[in-house]
Design a protein around this ligand. Structure first.
Ligand code: GTR
Length: 423
């Protein structure tokens, strides 16, 4: 039986009290958010209203997915035919005996070339009898940066930080450099495996006219408005990582949660939309082009992101530079594409660039599709206070104190939610 939809959440109307125009600089003033109406995720292209799960699954979900593919993230290829996995490292007593460490190279083509391959770092909790649930995600600085475990292969790729930092090769000094964002022992203690891949193994994070990374394998996906973008390539890489996890006997790939921070959070959300095998999706401070509503024009804007990072989204998305009003969708519909699976959206108070309130409104706006499934989406009547996660429904949200980052506070929220909501 399909429950009726709460009328109050059919539309959001956010009005400005003061000026409707936005300053020349970036807007951090709630009063300067322009007037906008969010498209209703449940109204089909022909204007009819979706009233059942079957209609959502059979008709509307595909329409929404197509809009995002066509106008924002671009199209991605399927699983490559020649793909193979080679386990090159296994340490059963890693992390002082807490975990088994495996490292696997995924070859995307029949020939074993470095260009068409990526390395997975996997930690599996020891002493767990059943195949373990798993968190998986891309990392910014190489697998060796997530922990100071000397057994992790030092990446030989070019490292870049994406913002004016010269490309360089990793040195041993960068081992564990990002460890504060990856509390591996906490995951092991709570019975979750962790798998990660360096984003640059999938696609280097600069505008290279889509010649490098996995794009080089798919030239036919370029030179068009809905081209295979970098965010889509990262999302695609996450699906290939999940392909491996499905083959690992110590992992329960039906209980796989994707996680991503910031630009990699955008990729995690897009992966969750494209790949329904993913059981839970975590967006950590993903901001513009991720969980945050574009139409609010708050903090980072569509024009700004398309200018600083012209490779992240497809060409068609540039039509919306300083023209968010024309977008036929907004990011609440990306949240809706995760339904009925659990999704967690997290913001940080000092991360105004990512528009925390826009992330909250997006989580709220996606909730009506969960209601169609008889599940409560985000259970919060108002924007939750700082440091108080709202985890009652199938969409969780928190805003924590501090800056743009991934902290233990964030992870505890994700693990608590996974304990409760992971299938
Ligand atoms: C910023 C970018 C954001 C966010 C962030 C990050 O420069 O404007 O969209 O993705 O980088 O990835 O840390």
């Amino acid at each position: 039986m399909t429950p009726s939809l709460p009328r109050t959440i059919l539309f959001f109307m956010i009005t400005s009290c003061a000026a409707s125009a936005v300053d020349d600089g970036f807007n951090y003033d709630e009063e300067k958010v322009p007037k906008f109406t969010l498209p209703d995720p449940l109204v089909r292209a022909d204007g009819s209203k979706v009233a059942s799960v079957d209609e959502w699954k059979g008709k509307r979900r595909g329409e929404v997915l197509e809009l995002f593919r066509d106008q924002m993230y671009g199209r991605m290829p399927g699983r490559p035919e020649g793909m193979r996995f080679k386990v090159f490292d296994e340490e059963t007593k890693a992390l002082g005996g807490k975990a088994t460490r495996r490292q696997i190279t995924v070859f995307l083509t029949k020939s074993e070339t470095a260009e068409a391959s990526f390395d997975i770092l996997l930690y599996i909790p020891n002493g767990v009898e059943e195949p373990a649930p798993v968190f998986f995600g891309l990392n910014f600085q190489g697998n060796h940066a997530i922990h100071d475990d000397p057994g992790i292969r030092l990446s030989e790729r070019w490292m870049d930080k994406g913002q004016g930092v010269e490309n360089h090769h990793a040195t041993a000094a960068s081992r564990g450099a990002a460890a504060s964002r990856w509390p591996v022992e906490m995951l092991m203690d709570r019975g979750y495996a962790l798998a990660t891949v360096y984003r640059g193994d999938i696609d280097p994070d600069y505008d290279d006219a889509f010649e490098n990374g996995v794009h080089s394998l798919y030239p036919e996906f370029q030179g068009r408005g809905d081209n295979f973008s970098t965010v889509a390539a990262w999302a695609w890489g996450l699906s290939r990582l999940l392909d491996y996890l499905e083959t690992d006997k110590r992992i329960n790939a039906k209980r796989a949660a994707v996680i991503g921070h910031s630009r990699l959070g955008k990729a995690a959300l897009w992966a969750g939309a494209e790949d329904e095998r993913i059981a839970l999706v975590v967006s950590n401070d993903s901001g513009c082009g991720g969980a945050a509503l574009s139409k609010r024009h708050f903090g980072e804007t569509v024009q700004r992101i398309n200018t600083s990072f012209p490779h992240w989204f497809c060409e068609n998305f540039k039509k919306y530079n300083e023209n968010e009003i024309a977008l036929p969708f907004d990011q609440h519909m990306l949240i809706a594409l995760q339904a009925p699976r659990p999704v967690y959206v997290a913001s940080a108070e000092e991360d105004q660039w990512a528009d925390p309130r826009g992330e909250y409104l997006s989580a709220k706006g996606g909730s009506q599709v969960y209601a169609l499934f008889g599940r409560e989406g985000l259970v919060a009547d108002a924007w939750p206070p700082v440091g108080k996660p709202a985890q009652e429904g199938w969409i969780a949200y928190h805003i924590r104190a501090g800056k743009h980052d991934v902290t233990d506070f964030d992870w505890r929220g994700y693990l608590d939610f996974a304990d409760k909501r992971m299938p």
